[in-house]
Design a protein around this ligand. Structure first.
Ligand code: BGC
Length: 252
C-alpha cells in the first residue's frame, strides 16, 4: 500500500511516500522546518504544505514527538504545550481535510526497524532509541510494542534528565566532541540497560549514521547497532502505523 509517512520532529518535519510492503521510499524525502512556536495551528498548516508538496490525496501516517494515547496527545516536551490533552488525530484530520493516523515518533520508528530494519525477526527485548531534539524510546518484546514509553525523560545518577544531557540537540549546542557526547550517551544506555535488560539496542536519528565515531565509548552488555533505516525510520514507520490502523478499522 502507498502511504505518505510524515515524521514531525522538534526541529524538522520529514516526509516521503512509502511502499509499506517493502519500506521503500517512492519519492524524494522532503524536509521543512518545524514552525516555532510549534502550536497545533502552525503544525497543521505545515502539514498542509507537506501534503501539497507531495500532491498527495491518499492515507497519511504521522509520527509525533509526544505520548499519543488513543489519538490524544499527553505530553509536549519539544512542541507547544497547548498540544497536551488535544485530540490530535481528530484535530489534524479536520485541519488537513484528510484521514490521518498518528502515533509517537519513536514508536513508529521502532515499527519500521522491527519489520524491515535492524530488529527484523528479533524475538527478544529490543530497545529502540531515537536521538534528535529529544530522546525517544520504543520497547518491543517478542515483536510486540509497549507503546508510549517516555524513557528519554528519566533522571540519570548525575541528577540530569537524560534528554537534556545526551540528545543530539545537546551535542550540537554544547559543541561536544563525539567522545564526550558518547560518554554521556553511554551513561544513558547503561541506565536503560540496568532497568530493562534489553537483548538489543537500536539507535535511530541522524547520529545513527555516525555510530562508528562514538561506539568505542559504549560499554553496555547488549549490542548497540544503528537503525537499518538510519533517520528514515520515522517516515517509514509512520506509514506502517497508518497501514496497520487502516487494516484494523477494516476489521482485517
Ligand atoms: C518526547 C517523546 C519523543 C521524543 C523524541 C521526547 O521529548 O517526550 O514523546 O518520542 O522526544 O522525539
Amino acid at each position: 500500500m502507498e502511504i505518505l509517512g510524515i515524521d514531525v520532529g522538534g526541529t524538522g518535519i520529514k516526509s516521503a511516500i512509502v511502499e509499506t510492503a517493502t519500506g521503500e521510499l517512492l519519492d524524494e524525502k522532503h524536509r521543512i522546518a518545524t514552525p516555532r512556536p510549534a502550536t497545533p495551528k502552525a503544525v497543521a498548516r505545515a502539514l498542509g504544505e507537506v501534503l501539497r508538496h507531495h500532491g498527495w490525496n491518499g492515507p497519511v501516517g504521522i509520527g509525533f514527538p509526544a505520548a499519543i494515547q488513543h489519538g490524544v496527545a499527553r505530553t509536549a516536551a519539544n512542541v507547544d504545550k497547548s498540544f497536551i490533552g488535544l485530540p490530535i488525530t481528530d484535530y489534524f484530520s479536520r485541519e488537513t481535510g484528510r484521514r490521518v493516523f498518528i502515533a509517537n515518533d519513536a514508536d513508529v520508528a521502532g515499527l519500521a526497524e522491527m519489520r524491515f530494519g535492524a530488529g527484523k525477526g528479533h524475538a527478544g527485548v529490543v530497545l529502540i532509541i531515537t536521538i534528535g531534539t529529544g530522546l525517544g524510546t520504543a520497547l518491543f518484546s517478542g515483536g510486540h510494542l509497549l507503546p508510549n514509553t517516555e524513557l528519554g525523560h528519566v533522571f540519570l545518577e548525575n541528577g540530569q534528565e537524560a534528554e537534556r544531557y545526551a540528545s543530539e540537540a545537546v551535542r550540537v549546542t554544547k559543541k561536544l566532541k563525539w567522545k564526550d557526547w558518547g560518554e554521556r550517551l553511554n551513561l544513558y544506555l547503561r541506565t536503560m540497560e540496568g532497568l530493562l535488560w534489553p537483548d538489543l539496542i537500536i539507535l535511530g536519528g541522524g547520529v545513527s549514521e555516525k555510530l562508528n565515531k562514538f561506539s568505542p565509548t559504549l560499554t553496555t552488555k547488549a549490542p548497540v547497532v544503528a537503525a537499518g533505516f538510519l533517520n528514515r525510520a520515522g517516515i517509514v514507520g509512520a506509514a506502517l502505523f497508518a497501514e496497520e490502523s487502516l487494516r484494523k478499522a477494516a476489521g482485517a
